[in-house]
Write a protein that binds this ligand. Structure first.
Ligand code: C2E
Ligand code: MG
Ligand code: MG
Length: 742
C-alpha cells in the first residue's frame, strides 16, 4: 500500500480533502441517497486499509478518526476523540526529518497541507503516515476545523531506509562504505576548518590477506574481513570516530579531534596487535598482519582529498618499511615513494647485473664461543642508492613476484660457498613465506645441494611464522618433503608479531631463533622477557630443539642468555655480517673461535644522528648541528658560551617545535632537555607529539594550507613593528661531521 494515488483515494481526496473539487462539491449539497452512498464508499475504503480520514474542530481537537488508527495505536476510537490532533504523532524524533516539525506551525496557521510524513505515536513499533489536511471555513471565513486523510507509508520508508543503508554501508562487514566515509570526512573537515579543529585519518591495509583468499577461498576471506571489522570496532569504540571498509582489504578510520601523534601512534599499535592475533576461520587457523598510515588535518591536508592522499602515502611507506608497522605522513614520503618505485624497477635487473651478493654472519656456541653456523643474508649494492637493506627490498621482491629467482640464487650461492668451508660449519638460508608456498621448493633445494655437493644436514632453512598461514595440509606436506631431503629447519624471528608455542609441537623444527625485539630490555628490572625466554628454552629442550638468541650486542645481554641456557648466540657482540672472502679466511684453520666484544650494557635510548636543526632564542634562529637524540633530549653543537638553564625552542622542521632547557654546556656543545618527551614516529625515529598548527600560521598571514616542508616558525615569533634584539650567542661552524649519519 505504498502508492496511495489510486483512483478510490483520488475520488475521496476531491470529496473530502483539499482541492478545488471539494469546494465545488461542498457548494452542491448531496441528496440523501448520495450521502448514504458516500458514507458506504468511505467505510469500504477505510476497511480496505488503504487510507484513513480525520477531522478536527476549530481548536484542533479530533472530531473524527478512522477506526484503523485507534487499532494501530492500540486504543479505543472514543479515547482519541477530543484529543489534539498532534497527539497522534511523535514530533521532533527523527533528526533528519525536518518536515514533521513544521506540522504544528502549519496547523496553528490554519493552512492547507498535503503528504506530510509523520511518525505515529505507537509505542511498540515504528509506523509512519503521510497526512494531508484542509481547513474548513464558513462563508464568512470563520475557521471551523480541519478535514483530512492519511495513508500508511511504513513499508515505503523502510525500503527507502534500507536502500540508503545499502548505499552507505558495506554489506559484508556493516562498516561505512567508501561513499559514506568520503562524505563524512568532507563534511567533518569543512566544519572543522571553520572551528579550527583537528581530525586524523588512518588507512589500514591487511598484510597477507591475498594468501588467505587464495588458499582458503573467498568465503573464508569474507569471514576474515568480518572478524577484522569486529576487532576494529572493539579498538575504536569512540562514537565520534567512524570506521569504513573502502573495498578489498582496505580500511579507513576517521578520528575527529585527535592530533596528538603519541596517542595516534598508540592507537595504531593497538590496531596492528589486535589484527595480528590469529583467526579461526571455518575450522582453520590463520594469521594476518596490518599496516597503518596516518595523516592529520590541517597539518597534512586541509580537505579530504589531500588528507586521504597523505594517509595513503603514509600507508604505502608503512608497507614498504616491512610489515606490521604504522607511519605518519611527512612531506619526505613523496621522495620515499619514488625511491620504492625505483627499487622495484631496478630489482628486476639486479640479479643479472651482478649487484647482489651474499653476506654471512657467524652463529656462535654460547659455551665455547665456537662458530657453528653462518647465516646468509642478501646484500644489494645499488649503483646509485648504495646499500639497500633486505628489510626494504625483500618485501618489494615478494610483492613484485621476484622472490623466486632471488631466493633461488641465494640458496645456490650459499650452498656453493658453504661447501668450501672446513669443519662442518652449517649455512642458514632465509626462506620467505612466498617461497615456502611454492610446491617446487623441495626440488630447488635438492638441486642446490646436489650442485654444490653439500651434505643436506649442513643446510638450515630459516622460516618465519607467516608460513603457518593458509592451508594446513599444504604446510605439513611441505614440512615432510623438506625433512625427507634431510635439511634442518629453524623458526626465525620468534617473538615478533604473534608467537605461539603451539606451532612448535607440530612442526619439525630443529631450532628456534629468538628475535632481538624479545631480547631488548631483558636485563631491565621488572621486564618479563627473561621469564618468557626461560620457558621457550625449556620447551625447546623438551622438544630436542636448539635455541639461538638474535641481535646480542652487549655483555649484559650475553650474560643473560648464558644464564637462561640459550644454546647459540648471533649478534654484533661476536660479529656483524661479513663477506664470503673474510669468512673463508677466518675458517681456513678449520675452527673459528670469537671473543665477544661490545658495550657492557645495551643503550637503547640514545641515537646518533647528524643533522641541522634550528634553535630559537628571543628574536633569533640559530642553525646548529644535532649530534644525538633521545626521547627526553638532544645534544647540539654550534653555539658559544650558552649558560645552563637557557631556554630554547628546537625547530626540527616541518612545524615540529620542542621547548628545551640547556642542562649541560661545554664550549660549543650543549645538552638540551625537552619539556615534553618525543614519541615514536613509526619508522624507528622520533617526532614531536604536536606541530605548529596551520590555523596559527594562517592567523600570522600565511595561506591556509597543509604544513609546507622546511622551517617557518620565525614568521610566528616576530611581531611586526617590534624592535629586534641583538643575538645573545655567537655562532661557530661545527666543522666536518664527526659522527656517522644514522
Ligand atoms: P633475520 O633473518 O632475522 O636476520 C637478522 C637481522 O638482524 C639481519 O639483518 C642481521 O644483519 C641483523 N643483526 C644481526 N646481528 C645483529 C645485532 O646484534 N643487532 C642488530 N640490531 N641487528 C643484528 P638484515 O641482514 O638487514 O636482514 C633483515 C631481514 O631480512 C632478515 O631478518 C631476513 O628476514 C630478511 N632477509 C635477509 N636476507 C634474506 C634473503 O636472502 N632471503 C629472505 N627471504 N629474507 C632475507
Ligand atoms: Mg634469519
Ligand atoms: Mg630473525
Amino acid at each position: 500500500m505504498s502508492n496511495v494515488s489510486g483512483s478510490a483515494l483520488g475520488r475521496f481526496r476531491s470529496l473530502l480533502a483539499p482541492g478545488k473539487a471539494a469546494s465545488s462539491a461542498s457548494q452542491k449539497p448531496l441528496t440523501g441517497s448520495e450521502l448514504e452512498q458516500a458514507v458506504l464508499l468511505l467505510r469500504d475504503y477505510e476497511a480496505s486499509g488503504l487510507g484513513w480520514f480525520w477531522s478536527s474542530d476549530n481548536e484542533g481537537r479530533i472530531t473524527y478518526i478512522s477506526d484503523c488508527i485507534a487499532e494501530r495505536l492500540g486504543c479505543e476510537r472514543s479515547a482519541l476523540i477530543g484529543q489534539p490532533i498532534q497527539a497522534l504523532f511523535v514530533l521532533d524524533r527523527d533528526e533528519d526529518d525536518t518536515v514533521e516539525r513544521t506540522l504544528p506551525l502549519i496547523l496553528s496557521a490554519r493552512k492547507t497541507f498535503s503528504d506530510i510524513q509523520v511518525r505515529a505515536a505507537a509505542e511498540d513499533r515504528e509506523i509512519w503516515w503521510s497526512i494531508s489536511g484542509r481547513p474548513q471555513l464558513q462563508a464568512d471565513g470563520t475557521f471551523l476545523g480541519y478535514r483530512g486523510n492519511g495513508t500508511d507509508i511504513t513499508a515505503t520508508r523502510q525500503s527507502q531506509k534500507d536502500a540508503s543503508r545499502l548505499a552507505q554501508y558495506d554489506s559484508l562487514t556493516g562498516l561505512a562504505n567508501r561513499h559514506r566515509m568520503g562524505k563524512r570526512l568532507s563534511a567533518t573537515l569543512t566544519a572543522y576548518q571553520a572551528a579550527k579543529r583537528a581530525c586524523a585519518v588512518m588507512m589500514m591495509d591487511l598484510d597477507r590477506f591475498k594468501a588467505v583468499n587464495d588458499t582458503l577461498g573467498h568465503p573464508a576471506g569474507d569471514e576474515l574481513l568480518k572478524q577484522v571489522a569486529q576487532r576494529l570496532q572493539r579498538v575504536i569504540s569512540d562514537k565520534n570516530c567512524e570506521i569504513g571498509r573502502l573495498g578489498g582489504d582496505e580500511f579507513q578510520i576517521m578520528l575527529p579531534d585527535i592530533d596528538d601523534r603519541g596517542r595516534l601512534g598508540e592507537i595504531a599499535k593497538t590496531i596492528i596487535t589486535m589484527i595480528s592475533q590469529p583467526y579461526q576461520i571455518e575450522g582453520s587457523r590463520c594469521v594476518i598482519g596490518a599496516s597503518v598510515g596516518i595523516a592529520i588535518a590541517p597539518y597534512d591536508g586541509i580537505n579530504s582529498e589531500e588528507l586521504v592522499r597523505s594517509a595513503d602515502l603514509a600507508l604505502y611507506a608503512a608497507k614498504g618499511g616491512g610489515r606490521g608497522q604504522f607511519r605518519f605522513y611527512s612531506s619526505d614520503l613523496h621522495s620515499e615513494a619514488e625511491r620504492r618505485r625505483q627499487i622495484e624497477e631496478d630489482l628486476r635487473d639486479a640479479l643479472g647485473s651482478g649487484q647482489m651478493r651474499v653476506a654471512y654472519q657467524p652463529i656462535v656456541d654460547t659455551k665455547s664461543n665456537k662458530v657453528v653456523a653462518m647465516e646468509a643474508f642478501s646484500r644489494w649494492e645499488h649503483p646509485e642508492l648504495g646499500d639497500v637493506p633486505p628489510s626494504v627490498f625483500i618485501p618489494i621482491a615478494e610483492e613484485a613476484n621476484l622472490i623466486g629467482p632471488l631466493g633461488d640464487w641465494i640458496l645456490k650461492q650459499a650452498c656453493a660457498e658453504a661447501a668450501n668451508w672446513p669443519g662442518g660449519v652449517r649455512v642458514a638460508v632465509n626462506v620467505s613465506a612466498a617461497q615456502f608456498a611454492n610446491t617446487g621448493l623441495p626440488s630447488l633445494v635438492a638441486q642446490a645441494l646436489a650442485h654444490a655437493e653439500l651434505p643436506p644436514e649442513r643446510l638450515e632453512l630459516e622460516l618465519t611464522e607467516s608460513i603457518f598461514l593458509g592451508d594446513e595440509a599444504a604446510t605439513s606436506e611441505m614440512f615432510n618433503q623438506l625433512k625427507l631431503l634431510g635439511v634442518r629447519l629453524a623458526l626465525d624471528d620468534f617473538g615478533t608479531g604473534y608467537s605461539s608455542l603451539s606451532y612448535l609441537q607440530h612442526a619439525p623444527f630443529d631450532k628456534i631463533k629468538i628475535d632481538k625485539s624479545f631480547i631488548r630490555g631483558v636485563t631491565e628490572e621488572g621486564n618479563r622477557n627473561a621469564a618468557i625466554i626461560a620457558s621457550i628454552v625449556s620447551l625447546a629442550k623438551a622438544l630436542k630443539m636448539e635455541t639461538t638468541a638474535e641481535g646480542i650486542e652487549a655483555h649484559d645481554e650475553l650474560e643473560a642468555m648464558r644464564k637462561l641456557g640459550v644454546s647459540q648466540i648471533q649478534g654484533y657482540i661476536y660479529a656483524s655480517p661479513t663477506t664470503a672472502e673474510l669468512v673463508d679466511e677466518a675458517l681456513a684453520s678449520g675452527e673459528w673461535v670469537i671473543e665477544p666484544e661490545g658495550p657492557s650494557r645495551y643503550r637503547q635510548d640514545r641515537r646518533t644522528v647528524l643533522r641541522k636543526v634550528g634553535l630559537i632564542h628571543e628574536d633569533h634562529r640559530y642553525e646548529v648541528t644535532m649530534r644525538n637524540l633521545s626521547r627526553s633530549g638532544c645534544m647540539v653543537e654550534g653555539l658559544m658560551d650558552v649558560p645552563e638553564g637557557t631556554q630554547f625552542v628546537v625547530d626540527f622542521g616541518e612545524g615540529q617545535l620542542a621547548v628545551a632547557v640547556v642542562r649541560r654546556s661545554a664550549g660549543t656543545m650543549q645538552g638540551l632537555e625537552f619539556e615534553q618527551q618525543l614519541v615514536d614516529d613509526g619508522a624507528g625515529g622520533l617526532c614531536t607529539r604536536h606541530r605548529v598548527s596551520p590555523y596559527v600560521l594562517a592567523q600570522a598571514g600565511m595561506p591556509l594550507q597543509a604544513l609546507p616542508s622546511g622551517s617557518y616558525p620565525m614568521q610566528l615569533m616576530q611581531q611586526p613593528g617590534t624592535p629586534i634584539s641583538l643575538p645573545k650567542f655567537g655562532q661557530v661552524d661545527p666543522g666536518k661531521p664527526r659522527a656517522k649519519v644514522a
